[in-house]
Design a protein around this ligand. Sequence first.
Ligand code: ADP
Ligand code: MG
Length: 676
Amino acid sequence: MDSPLTELKGVGPELAKKYAVLGLRTVADLIDYFPRRYDDYSVLTPIAQLHPGQVTIEAEIKQITGRYVRRGMHITEAVASDASASVRLVWFNQPYRATAMKTGQPYYISGVFALKRQRFSITNPTTELASDFPVNTARIIPIYRETKGLNSRQIRAALAQVLGRMRRLPETLPEWLVAEQRLMSRAETLETIHFPASSDKLDEARRRLGFEEVFELTLASLMNKYELQTEHAPAVPFEAKVAKEFVHHLPFALTDAQRKVIWQIYKDMERTQPMNRLVEGDVGSGKTVVAAMAAVMVLHQGKQVALMAPTELLARQHAETMQRLLEPLGFGNSVGLLVGGMTPAQKASAHADTKAGRIRCLIGTQALIQDAVDMHELELVIVDEQHRFGVEQRKKLTAKAGHLPHMLNLTATPIPRSLALTLYGELDVSILDEKPVGRLPIITEIISPNSTDALYAKIDAELEVGRQMFVVCPLITESATLDVNSAEKIYEKLSKTTFKHRRVGLLHGKMKAAEKNDIMQQFVDHKLDILVSTTVIEVGVDVPNATIMLIEGAERFGLAQTHQLRGRVGRGEHQGYCYLLMSDSSAPSPRLRALERSQDGFKLAELDLDMRGPGAIYGTMQHGQLDLRIAKLTDVKLIASARQAAQEFIDRHEKLVQYKQLSHRVAKLRAVTNLN
Ligand code: ADP
Ligand code: MG
C-alpha cells in the first residue's frame, strides 16, 4: 500500500508528477481518492432500441476509416453493429482510432447518442473490448477530479491494477460492528466506490463510508469527553445572593432561556470536573449577560476569569459591557483589557495587574494567549465565537492555570443540532432559543440596483429622525486589499453624493487598531450617521441606535454571514431594517430569498448546511480534517446509529489500539475536535 505509484504499469516519473498534483503518491493514496461523481453507462441497449442520451451498446466494428477534413481537423467514422441494427460512431481528432480498433470483435461502446446533422450517431464514444470486468464502459463509470495531463481514464487504469490489493484489504472496524450494522466490508466498499457493480451496491458502499466517518468522529469526541471527566477543576460554589444581586441591577428581566442556561452553567461549575459547555444563541439573544453571570460567581470566590473575543473591537466592547455589568457588585475595577493595539506600557501594566490579581476578569483577543499572561487563579475561560479560535490556541490559554479551568464557549453561529452533536459530542450544548421580549423582527428586503433611489430616500428619513446605518461592502475575493477597495469606493460615493449631508465614516481591516477604535467609538457616540465598513463589524458589535444594515453586493455573502450582519441592527427599541442590495438585476438567489423570509438563525443554518455542506458553517475553523466526504449531516438515521455504535464501542471497553487504522484516525480527529 505504501509503494509509489511509479510501480504501476503506465505510470512513469512524468505521470507520477501529475498524480502528485492531486496529492497522490502511494497506492494507498490512490485507493483513497474517491470519485467526484459517476456516469451511469451500466445498461446495455440493443442498437435498434437506442434513445437519445447516455448509452452503452455491445457491438462489433464493421468498418472504420479516418480522414482529415479541414486543416488540423480529423474525423474517424465507423459503423458498429449488433444483432438488432447498426449505428454510426464518430470521433474527432483521435486519428489512432482507425488502427487501434479491431473489426470482428465485440466491444462495449459508451457515449452520448444524439442527432447530429440529421443523422443519429454516437460522438466520441469510449470503447473497450467486451469482458467480465470493463473499466471505462458498460458500468457506472467513476469520474475523478482531474488535472492537466491526467484524466479519469488513466486513473481508472491505475486503480484496475491495484484491484487485487484492494480486495485483500483488512477490515478496519470491529467485526461485531460490521455484522450488527450490516455494513459492507471495507474491501468491498473500496472496490465498489471505484468500480460499482450497481447503484444499489454503490449506495451500500456510501452508507458504510458515511457510517464510518460519523462513527470515528463521535468516538473521538466521546473519548475526549470521558478523558475530560477524569480531569480535576476547582468547584465554584453557587451563591444565590450573588446571582440575585446581579439580576437585581439589570435594566431588564432575564428571558427564560437565559435563566435556564445560566442555571446549567452554575450546576456545571459546582462540580470538580471541568465544565465544557457551548452556548448557542442567535444574534441578539443576550449571551453577554449569561457570560457575565458565569464570571461573577468566579469573581466572588476571588478567582480569575479570561474572556477571549475574535476581534479587538469586540474585546473592547466586551470589556466595557462587563465593567458596566460587574460594577454594581463591586467588581468593576477588576476588569482589564489586553489587546494588540495597546501601547507597550499599557500592556505591561495589564500584565502586572493580572499577575498581582488586581485584574481578575481579563478580556482580550489572541493577545491574551500570545503574550505571557500570568493567571494563577484562572478558573473560568469564556470564548466568544469559539469556532474562530484554533485548538492549539485554546490549549495554550488553558495551560496557564496549571489545572483545567471551566470552559464556556459562546457562539452566534447556530450550529444545527445534528452537526453539533456529531462534531462536538464532548460538549454540553445549551441553546438560547428565545430573544428578549419586545424585539421587533428586522424588516428584510432584497433591492435591485435600479431601485436604489427609493431606498436611499427611505434611509434618509430614518437618519433624519436620528437613527444610524451600517453599510457593509462585499468581499470581492479573499484578498483584503480588494475588500478595502470596494469599501473605499462605496464610502466615496455615499459621502460625496448620496449622503453628502450626513456624517459618514469608513472602517476596514487594513486600518490601524487605534484608528479603527476611534471610528467605531465615533459611531457608538453618534458622531457618525453612517458607517461604511468591510465585514470587520460582522461579529458582536452592539450599537442599539443603529437600525439600518445595508449590504452591498449581497449575493456575494454567505447565508450565515448575512444573518450575522443583520443581527447588528434592531438591537434597541427601534424597528430594524436590513437591505440586501444586489450588484445586478438578475433574479435573487434562493439564499437571499431565504433571508428575506426567515429570521431564524437555526433554520437558516440548516438550509445553509443543506445547500453548501458543513464547510459553510465551519468556514473559518481549521476544519480540513473534519470535512465529511460522504456522510450527509441531514441523514438523521445514519448519524443516530453511528453515534449509538460509538457509545457501544466505549461501553464494551474495547481497546482502540487493536484497530490500528481506526485508532490512528480517531487520534487525529481527537486533536481537531478537542476544545480543551
Ligand atoms: P448576543 O447574544 O448577540 O451576544 P448581546 O449579549 O450583545 O447579544 O445582547 C444584545 C442586547 O440585548 C444587548 O444590548 C443586551 O443588553 C440586551 N439584552 C440582553 N438580555 C436581555 C433581556 N433579557 N431583555 C432585554 N434586553 C436584553
Ligand atoms: Mg455577542
